[in-house]
Structures are given as structure tokens and as C-alpha cells.
Write a protein that binds this ligand. Structure first.
Ligand SMILES: [Zn+2]
Length: 83
């Protein structure tokens, strides 16, 4: 991950990462430009999923099937039997 200094735009180095959870952290950064010397904290946080993890695909499918009507489930069953 690259972080830029918010003051001068040069590369910044992440010296420490303080994780609050699996999805959020504070990044303690320092600008690599010696003439700037800015040290600062950036926030890192999960935003949203673009493609679901393959590791929990079965759980997603089961959650969808549970909320289907009986007709939808029957239609899905017939579609799956064609595969
Ligand atoms: Zn800087």
C-alpha cells in the first residue's frame, strides 16, 4: 500500500499499524521528504465487496435459498438439474 504525505505529496512510510478490527486500522505514517518531516495518522477501513469471497460462497447460496419462495426454489432446482 502506498501512502502520500497530505502536506507535500511525497511518499510516506507506514511505521506502525494499529488494528482495531479485521477491517479497520490507523496507519502511523511519516513523510520520506526530510525537508517536510510531516508525521500523521491515516485511517484504513473496509468499504464494500466487489466480488464475494469464494470461501463463503456456500453460505451465500444457502442464505439466498432460505428466502426463496417454494416456486423459486423449484425453478432453481430444475435449472440446476440441467447443469
Ligand atoms: Zn511531506
Amino acid at each position: 500500500m502506498r501512502v502520500s504525505c497530505s502536506q507535500c505529496g511525497e511518499k510516506a512510510r507506514i511505521g506502525k499499524t494499529n488494528w482495531f478490527s479485521r477491517t479497520s486500522a490507523d496507519l502511523y505514517c511519516s513523510c520520506t521528504d526530510a525537508e517536510c518531516g510531516h508525521t500523521f495518522v491515516m485511517s484504513l477501513g473496509f468499504s464494500h465487496t466487489l466480488s464475494p469471497s469464494a470461501k463463503n460462497t456456500n453460505e451465500l447460496v444457502m442464505a439466498l435459498v432460505k428466502v426463496m419462495s417454494l416456486d423459486q426454489a423449484k425453478q432453481l432446482h430444475s435449472q440446476l438439474s440441467l447443469i
